[in-house]
Design a protein around this ligand. Structure first.
Ligand SMILES: *Cc1c(COP(=O)(O)O)cnc(C)c1O
Length: 392
């Protein structure tokens, strides 16, 4: 079945008991057992038919065997790390989600886990960071907010050669763009609060694997820790996922148009977008992604105020998060990445003037007009070459 058909028909496409084409929201904590133990469902933390539907759907979409739904992406990440123990070591990407760093630094380290942070694009650095007690390589690609792209197949191979797991947070790409299990990765994690949910109306996390042993462990931990996705949220999430392809097509095509516009905009000094033929990661992105994602970051020319720019937009919403229908813009240094000490942030290439844009599905004409008026009204814009990036 093709990916776009799977979105509609994979997972549980109708209710087993009534034939309802929309899976019902089973708001039950417990289930009647005709005979002791003879029951498909016992208790909703351990399993719920509405949650099952979204778990089967994400497993099919990522070409995995087993899916697991959690109350947030962070809960999903924490549950995956709960497979490990005191003394275990991890190689982790230097550009991972801020909340993941917070989890590592303030929670997991207290449980005796250790981490070596590397730029996972540098395959030699990844390999050199592996120690005798290393249990997994954990990364994101594309990364946030610089959209660096790591060669997934090569990292998965390094992991296999060293007998460690590879774990990818696939949130920024979505399974429409990238399916890491197909490249040999062991575990895929999503914050489904972004592209998968897609409508800025649900917080959820998903995990998928192909490995039966890992699936047993994750399922055991999902039930033991209990940070499951509730039936109502499971229903909202599966409904959002069904339109992923329709949304992603618009996201991707709008992002290309925004890139073309920004490339000609004289007030922009630098653009970070894997679809840029001049981006150092472009070839790797082309190889492993279907489309280049819908995130784009850029810097303004010296003397221009990024805060004034993002506050001056009318249509593009100033907000954290990404992967929503509406275009969302933010300043990582002041917002999503504000908790990282400035020095570390600068070392990682995240400048104060960097702007991150999650391109939505509005009509691209309106998006470009809003960006254009934002640039035109910036104080100091007259000092730079200006005029007509839209017309040229
Ligand atoms: C948002 C996000 C998370 C955390 O997910 P929540 O659903 O907000 O808990 C993890 N990883 C990435 C890449 C994210 O963007």
């Amino acid at each position: 079945m093709e990916f776009e058909t799977k979105l509609i028909h994979a997972g549980v496409s109708e209710d087993k008991y009534t034939g309802a084409t929309s899976i019902p929201i089973y708001m039950a904590s417990t289930f009647h057992q005709e005979k002791v133990g003879e029951t498909e469902y016992e208790y909703s933390r351990s399993g719920n038919p509405t949650r099952d539907a979204v778990e089967k759907l994400i497993a099919d979409l990522e070409n995995g065997n087993d899916g697991f739904a959690f109350s947030s992406g962070s809960a999903a990440i924490n549950t995956v790390f709960s497979m490990f123990s005191v003394g275990d070591h991890f190689v982790i990407g230097n550009d991972v989600y801020g909340g993941t760093f917070r989890l590592i630094n303030t929670v997991l380290k207290r449980f005796g886990m250790t981490f070596t942070v590397v730029d996972t694009r540098d395959l030699a650095a990844v390999e050199n960071a592996i120690q005798d007690n290393t249990k997994a390589i954990y990364l994101e690609t594309p990364t946030n907010p610089l959209l660096h792209v790591t060669d997934i197949a090569k990292v998965a191979q390094i992991a296999k050669e060293h007998g460690v797991l590879s774990i990818i947070d696939n949130t920024f790409a979505s399974p429409y763009v990238q399916r890491p299990l197909e490249q040999g990765v062991d575990i895929v994690i999503h914050s489904a609060s972004k592209y998968l949910g897609g409508h800025s109306d649900v917080i959820a996390g998903l995990v998928v694997t192909n490995d039966q042993k890992l699936a047993e462990q994750i399922g055991y931990l999902q039930n033991s820790i209990g940070s499951i996705l509730a039936p109502q949220e499971s229903w909202i999430l599966q409904r959002g996922i069904k339109t992923l392809a329709l949304r992603m097509r618009a996201h991707l095509s709008n992002t290309k148009k925004v890139f073309d516009y920004l490339s000609k905009q004289p007030l922009v000094s630098k653009i970070y977008y894997p679809g840029d033929p001049n981006n150092p990661d472009h070839e790797v992105a082309k190889k492993q992604m279907d489309g280049f994602g819908a995130m784009i970051s850029f810097e303004l020319k010296d003397g221009l105020d990024p805060k004034e720019f993002v506050e001056g937009l009318h249509l593009v919403t100033l907000a954290e998060s990404l992967g929503a229908l509406e275009s969302l813009i933010e300043i990582p240094a002041l917002m999503t990445h504000g908790a990282i000490p400035r020095e570390t942030r600068l070392e990682n290439g995240i400048k104060d003037e960097l702007i991150r844009l999650s391109v939505g599905v509005e009509d691209p004409k309106d998006l470009l007009l809003d960006l254009e008026q934002g640039f035109a009204n910036l104080k100091g814009s007259q000092d730079h070459v200006r005029n007509g990036a839209l017309d040229s």
